[in-house]
Write a protein that binds this ligand. Structure first.
Ligand code: FAD
Length: 479
């Protein structure tokens, strides 16, 4: 019987093991996770009073093939009844703000009316910008371009500064000036490549029709126009449900077992975990590229080197709960706000969790939950001693921002702060060439290794699950 070892019990590794054990009967599947729990960055905490706080991802999008794929998985592992969905019309999704010191909190475009009226922070209505984009010639040449350059070339510097720059901070905790458009936002990049216009491409691209065989949960999401969702006990329920299914299917799951080396031999590998060695026919790595880099033997040093060239950033997360309704009434219903990188404020943004998912509030009294995100590409600037920034520092900055930006001076009734080291990979200029080189090196030496996880082709949970399924299907087509 053939064996496949999956390294890493985050959502990518769990999804890969789930697909393997679902699609390939008679395959020995082993999952190796270094920490004592599954889920990786997906981690939900329940407070003594019953509120749910998310330390990592807090919402999943329903749109696109990857969004539908995750919803199908949620349904298949029996979590359909746990979904807390928010429709596109809800202000907790559609109303997104930015903070600038000149204008305070201002709303970003969310409806067609923005095309015709001048609203801060923009200097005029957006219609001329949008029309000009449709007729602007497509760029010649294929060299990589930063997100900032791409957007300012097509839609002007105001959209780049006030919409896309903060969006890059919200998704990647990174800089629009160094992230690659092709790798960070491949669908938008493709609109220009195939239609010659981003606006036209977005308008002309219709979602794939839903097959009759789609699970009822996916049909409901389309029917009811769900934009995002979470799960009743927090998103960590998904990795936990996957773990239960894997154990029922006979997958061997080793927790608290960090892999310390992988020795690839002809068409097989030995996975070393401390004192024990697992013999396997194939390895699916679902750990970060920098972690995998340190496990490979000397003969694969070019591969190790290239895996290490994908940088990561560190993010501070401060989950705050206040008694009562503390947000300014005009902003109570909103997703939250982001801070553009040219602003002096030291946070990336604040998510108004209780506006989007009030079901996660403590049940006994009215409360407000917010999460302040800090650092990322700018983590070292959060303190005077960059090597020594701790949770006390990020809590202080988070509370100062709540006071200065939102006027919230109350003491939080609950607070959880974490510094997630190297948690988000940066798809910087040249990322796609790095991936090509990595793939060539694996193929040249016929290394029985598949790479999945957030380091490569998408940082969202949806992308991670979708990419794991694709990698498993590709592998099974060849065995
Ligand atoms: C603060 C934050 C907020 C986010 N918000 C969102 C959001 O709202 N929506 C969204 O879609 N996405 C969000 N993301 C992204 C999302 O969380 C990630 O894409 C996803 O969780 C990555 O999963 P993964 O399995 O690829 O990696 P990880 O979660 O990093 O899992 C890798 C696993 O490998 C294990 N491991 C590492 N080294 C070894 C070793 N040597 N041996 C064995 N095991 C090892 C680790 O312990 C870990 O469990 C957010 C991420 C962060 C950090």
């Amino acid at each position: 019987m053939k064996t496949v070892v999956v390294l890493g019990g985050g959502i990518s590794g769990l999804a890969a093991a789930w697909r393997l054990s679902h699609r390939a009967k008679g395959l020995n599947v082993v999952l190796v996770e270094g920490s004592g729990r599954v889920g990786g960055w997906m981690q939900s905490v329940r407070t003594d009073e019953g509120a749910v706080l998310e330390l990592g991802p807090r919402s999943l999008r329903t749109a696109g093939p990857a969004g539908r794929n995750t919803l199908s998985l949620v349904s298949e592992v029996g979590l359909g009844g746990e979904v807390l969905a928010v429709p596109t019309s809800h202000k907790g999704v559609s109303r997104r703000l930015i903070f600038t010191s000149a204008h305070g909190l201002v709303e970003l475009p969310s409806s067609l009316s923005w095309l015709f009226r001048t609203r801060l922070p923009f200097s005029g209505p957006l219609l001329p910008t949008v029309l000009a984009e449709i007729f602007r010639p497509r760029r010649k040449g294929t060299e990589d371009e930063s997100v900032y350059d791409f957007i300012s070339r097509r839609l002007g510097s105001e959209i780049a500064d006030y919409v896309i720059d903060p969006m890059c901070r919200g998704i990647f905790a990174g800089s629009a000036r160094t992230l690659s458009m092709r790798s960070a936002f491949p669908a938008v990049h493709q609109y220009e490549a195939s239609h010659g216009t981003v606006v036209g491409g977005a308008l002309m691209t219709k979602p794939d029709p839903l097959p009759d065989s789609a699970p009822e949960l996916v049909k409901q999401a389309v029917r009811e126009k769900w934009a995002i969702y979470t799960l009743r006990s927090g998103l960590q329920s998904l990795p936990l449900a996957l773990l239960s299914t894997l154990e029922e299917r006979g997958v061997k799951v080793h927790l608290g077992t960090p892999c310390t080396a992988i020795n690839f031999r002809d068409q097989s590998a030995q996975v070393v975990c401390g004192d024990s060695v697992l013999d396997t026919d194939h390895v699916i790595s679902a750990i970060p590229s920098h972690a995998l880099s340190g496990l490979l033997s000397e003969d694969l040093s070019p591969l190790s080197h290239h895996l290490l060239t994908i940088p990561t950033v560190t993010v501070g997360v401060v989950c705050l709960e206040f008694k009562g309704r503390v947000l300014p009434p005009q902003y109570e219903e909103a997703f939250g706000y982001l801070v553009p990188s040219h602003q002096p404020a030291s946070i990336l943004g604040v998510v108004f969790d209780s506006s989007t998912f009030p079901q996660h509030n403590r049940p006994d009294l009215p409360s407000t939950r917010c999460t302040v995100m800090l650092g990322g590409e700018w983590f070292d600037t959060l303190g005077d001693d960059p090597g020594n920034i701790g949770t006390d520092d990020i809590i202080r900055i988070a509370l100062d921002s709540m006071r200065d930006h939102l006027g919230v001076t109350d003491e939080p009734s609950n607070m959880v702060a974490r510094i997630h080291q190297n948690c988000i990979p940066q798809y910087q200029l040249g990322h796609s060439q790095k991936l090509d080189t990595i793939s060539d090196l694996i193929q040249e030496k016929a290394v029985p290794l598949s790479l999945v996880g957030m380091s490569y082709h998408g940082v969202s949970v949806n992308d991670c699950i979708h990419n794991s399924f694709t990698a498993v299907d590709r592998l099974l087509a060849h065995v």
